[in-house]
Design a binder for this molecule. Structure first.
Ligand code: ATP
Length: 263
């Protein structure tokens, strides 16, 4: 007989670990006691029908739900074993460690250079102009954008195409040296070619970051992620290797969703 799983032992291997995580928005119980481990060096996709709590879970990881007045979070959520809801935690530092890319590209109305330099300036990451230039160039390079923008760094970020803007937002997130990158449907506003570029980029980034992506597209989850978590009505129904989830789901609800019976 298998010995019972020790939750602490699992938590020990995970970069991010949720235990009994609940979120309420006023009376609405949006997340029900979620236990989920997320590992570094891979992409974890959060899937499930609209309103199932994917974004709510994602927004717990960088405490974005703090900004929603009615939101109440309980349970335990750790990064590298430290509780990020600890009273003493510096949320600004947390958000530097946990970057976020949103559904709609949202560059600042500033130059391409200043978009990427913004975070490093605020966090005092560069000692001089040369170091700042280095951070900006490296971040643009890692985001697969440098070749397209190196001759127009002083032009506005909002003048780029949608796909370029989204890669600029990824460069902006990378520039502060995060360990985790959260992506909330990062391709939903992009055309197929721009989507393919962002997906390629996600794949390149996964060795060096812990990436969590919310997606409505099961094809995208299958293409970019190594692990997939399926949510339904605020509950985590099943999590496993992406291939297993899509070819051999263990739960009837997961089966129903991936075969398009609802969603
Ligand atoms: N700020 C909020 N105030 C009140 N209720 C909210 C708020 N944000 C989300 N909810 C509710 O919480 C539940 C989970 O929402 P959430 O946005 O996490 O779902 P989702 O799976 O990401 O949905 P979608 O795929 O449509 O983006 C939904 O019932 C939603 O209406």
């Amino acid at each position: 007989m298998n010995s019972p799983v020790n939750p602490r032992a699992i938590e020990g291997r995970a970069k991010i670990s949720a235990r009994g995580l609940n979120v309420h928005y006023a009376e609405k119980h949006a997340l029900h006691s979620v236990d989920l481990d997320i590992h570094s060096g891979e992409v974890t996709a959060l899937i499930g029908p609209s309103g199932c709590g994917k974004s709510t879970f994602l927004r717990c990881i960088n405490r974005m739900n703090d900004m929603v007045e009615t939101a109440r979070v309980s349970g335990r959520l750790t990064i590298d074993g430290a509780d990020i809801y600890d009273r003493g935690l510096d949320v600004v530092q947390l958000r530097a460690r946990v970057g976020m890319v949103f559904q709609k590209p949202n560059p600042f109305p500033k130059s391409i250079y200043d978009n990427v330099a913004y975070g490093p300036r605020i966090h005092g990451l560069a000692r001089d102009q040369e170091e700042l230039d280095e951070i900006v160039m490296t971040s643009l390079e890692k985001a697969g954008l440098l070749g397209e923008v190196k001759d127009r760094l002083t032009e506005s970020g909002t003048g780029l195409s949608g796909g370029q803007q989204q890669r600029l937002c990824i460069a902006r997130a990378i520039a502060v040296g995060p360990e985790v990158i959260l992506m909330d449907e990062p391709c939903s506003a992009l055309d197929p070619i721009a989507t393919a570029k962002v997906e390629e980029l996600i794949d390149e980034l996964r060795d060096n970051y812990t990436i969590v992506i919310v997606t409505h597209s099961m094809q995208q989850a299958a293409r970019v992620s190594q692990r997939t978590a399926f949510f339904h009505l605020g509950k985590l129904i099943e999590v496993g290797d992406t291939e297993q989830i899509f070819t051999n789901p263990q739960q009837p609800l997961t089966q129903g969703y991936i075969t398009g019976r609802f969603g």
